[in-house]
Design a protein. Structure first.
Length: 261
């Protein structure tokens, strides 16, 4: 039987002078595991990904002061020039799909030394990773070097977000029971009700046609399953835990029944 659960976590990662130009994954993914269960699928989502930077080893950049009559376009152009033409370190958001070794850049941000403020905040967006992707951060040299640690201070970027894991698991069955039976031309119970049933298989190893149903009125003309000699049947999900009834078209016989609990 499949079960679904959702796990929500807060995660954070730090980049500093030791990071160099290496890609730093937002988190180290370890597939969900639970004793007695098999992982079917795990869908990952990253929400509210944000970063805070402390940059001390670049020339300070004074943020502009606008006049009241400055147009929106002038203010926007000034802000863009400030971001990309000032002394800066580049922070890339990168994505890896599946087992690919390459990381693809999907966004870039400028890390500045904002005079007179001690740090800057960045919103890096939401990212649906599915079951085969990962998001990482990478520092890039924009001709002003990488993150440094000097007497001026230790450059650092801290990223944090909400991680949601939507997990589908299946309970493993570790016990099976062989059910003895005798099927005649009179409809009768061959499998009793079992609330703990996780699976059921039937194999007609006889030379007769056998008719199975979940109602006691089973007959050779009204049935759920007809098993001819050599036929195999497995109970579909969701597993029915009630009783099964059977009848044979002539004489009497037995079939191989396995119940998993």
């Amino acid at each position: 039987m499949l079960e679904k659960l959702t796990i929500k976590q807060k995660i954070a990662v730090t980049l500093d002078h030791n990071s160099g130009t290496n890609v730093v994954p937002i988190f180290n993914y370890v597939p969900y595991s639970k004793s007695g269960y098999r992982l079917i699928d795990e869908y990952l989502e990253i929400n509210n990904l944000k970063a805070v930077s402390w940059i001390y080893n670049l020339t300070p950049v004074a943020f502009p002061v606008f006049e009241l009559d400055d147009s929106e376009s002038k203010q926007l152009l000034t802000a863009i020039n400030l971001e990309w033409n000032s002394p800066r370190i580049q922070l890339d958001v990168v994505c890896q799909i599946g087992n690919a070794q390459d990381w693809q850049r999907i966004a870039a941000y400028s890390l500045l030394n904002p005079d007179p403020y001690p740090y800057r905040e960045y919103s890096l967006g939401d990212h649906s990773l599915g079951n085969n992707a990962m998001i990482g951060l990478q520092i890039r040299d924009a001709n002003y070097g990488l993150l440094q640690s000097t007497t001026a201070g230790e450059d650092k970027v801290v990223a944090f977000c909400d991680l949601t894991r939507q997990i589908t698991i299946e309970k493993l069955v570790d016990t099976s029971v062989k059910i003895a039976n005798n099927i005649t031309t009179i409809a009768a119970t061959i499998i009793n009700t079992n609330a703990n049933r996780k699976g059921l298989t039937l194999f007609n190893s006889s030379d007769k046609n056998v008719f199975i149903d979940s109602v006691s009125s089973v007959s050779t003309s009204s049935y759920l399953v007809k098993l001819e000699p050599g036929d195999y049947w497995e109970s579909p999900a969701p597993i029915y835990t009630g009783a099964y009834y059977s009848i044979v078209d002539s004489g009497s016989t037995a079939i191989d029944i396995r119940e998993f609990v």
